[in-house]
Design a protein around this ligand. Structure first.
Ligand code: TPP
Ligand code: MG
Length: 391
């Protein structure tokens, strides 16, 4: 697991400092690793913060391993859906750096509130990737304990989790758990389309007014299903934060190092009582919205190709190769691990038993309820009425 400290001193290796301007030439975009794999030692963001990371070679290799594993497991899930083993799958293809960078920036005590696409963050939290697959296979109701790994339920209702996260973050402050290095912070994930939801804007208001210790992490993957970004906003999304009274920053979401640095800083500010902030991770959804979507109907191939040149994994590999941090054996070993883990995932998905239908009543309330008991009994009688019949 990567443990670099973007606030700490850098060893100054292999990179030149830059100020207020990324290699992409976009002054609004914090970037520490170019698409060509060129390392930028530090960047002063438009917010005045200096962003840098100080990873060991092993930690750089660890980030690469995370990215590759997460992509491979995601591809396996897509394949499982295509073979009829999952009902649907929301792929993270192209967004690996945004998720691994932010996921690794979380400290153990931090709480995450995901959408339905945060498989990479889930992986970084140390959660077995099988956990959400029961949901997509339709064999479990998703009753996992958010406190076990500090990772909440996947949320399909666009933007709803930002309100849950804000309430949770306000609770942290009320419990006196902020203000120190050990303080707790919250991160809420959502997409570019979600920024048009009332829930997200209400969450911004509450978080701002109550100085909630949280980070709003928007993965701007350029689309909300078929709706392009220009249908959501006339200004860069990160600039929205100013209207709510807290800082916003745009980071190259295909750059795992910059995403890590920016998220770590924002989380640490939050845990020290400095309130919320908005991160816009500028990225691209390389695949379909979900397996039910056909993106060729609303976007052109050249756009996808342009983003392929900014691939989040290829640039880390280029960096590792150029700097001789990793050799061919390492890359082969990572590929082999990814293959093994995806086979293991597939075997376990196929072995997931179908639940008894009546178990859907089991975990609605911790201590049950009379109304639910009645419904369960009614449903059981209904199911029993089929016994012995051909239907
Ligand atoms: C409240 C609500 N409205 C509509 C939908 C249908 N829906 C599912 S995903 C989606 C687009 C979300 O886009 P974005 O926020 O950019 O996230 P992305 O899927 O791109 O990660 C919509 C409209 C929903 N799930 N919830
Ligand atoms: Mg989107």
């Amino acid at each position: 697991m990567a443990k670099g400290d973007p606030g700490g001193t850098t060893r100054g290796r292999r990179a030149a400092p830059r100020s207020r301007k990324s290699a992409a030439g976009d002054p609004e975009l914090v970037q520490l690793l170019t698409p060509e794999g060129e390392r930028i030692e530090s960047v002063t963001g438009p917010d005045g913060n200096e962003y840098r990371v100080d990873f060991t070679d092993e930690e750089y290799r660890g980030l690469y391993r995370d990215l590759v594993l997460v992509r491979k497991l995601d591809a396996e899930a897509t394949a499982l859906q295509r073979q009829g083993e999952l009902g649907i799958w929301a792929s993270l293809l192209g967004q690996e750096a945004a998720q691994v960078g932010s996921g690794r920036a979380l400290r153990t005590q931090d709480m995450a509130f995901p959408t339905y696409r945060e498989h990479g963050v889930l992986y970084c939290r140390g959660i077995d990737p099988i956990m959400p697959l029961g949901l997509f296979r339709g064999v479990d109701q998703g009753g996992w304990d958010p406190n076990e790994f500090k990772f909440n339920m996947y949320t399909i209702v666009i933007g709803a989790q930002t309100l849950h996260a804000t309430g949770y973050a306000m609770g942290i402050t009320m419990d006196g758990k902020t203000g120190t290095d050990d303080g707790e912070a919250v991160i809420a994930y959502f997409g570019d389309g979600a920024t048009s939801q009332g829930d997200v804007n209400e969450a911004f208001v509450w978080a701002g007014v109550f100085n909630a210790p949280m980070v709003f992490f928007c993965q701007n993957n350029q689309y909300a299903i078929s709706e392009p970004l220009e249908r959501q906003t006339r200004i860069p999304l990160y600039q929205r934060a100013a209207g709510f009274g807290f800082p916003g920053i745009r980071v190259d979401g295909n750059d795992v190092l910059a995403t890590y640095a920016v998220t770590r800083t924002a989380l640490d500010n939050a845990r020290h009582g400095q309130g919320p902030s908005l991160i816009e991770a500028y990225t691209y959804r390389m695949g379909a919205h979900t397996t039910s979507d056909d993106p060729t109907r609303y976007r052109i191939a050249s756009e996808v190709e342009a983003w392929q040149a900014k691939d989040p994994i290829a640039r880390v590999r280029a960096f590792l190769e150029k700097q001789q941090i990793a050799d061919a054996d390492f890359f082969a070993e990572v590929d082999e691990q990814a293959r093994r883990e995806s086979v293991h995932l597939r075997e376990r998905v196929l072995a997931m038993p179908n639940p008894e239908p009546v178990t859907m009543f089991d975990h609605v309330y911790p201590n049950g309820s009379p109304l639910l008991d009645e419904q369960r009994a009614q449903f059981s009688r209904y199911m029993e009425s089929f016994e012995g019949s051909a239907h």
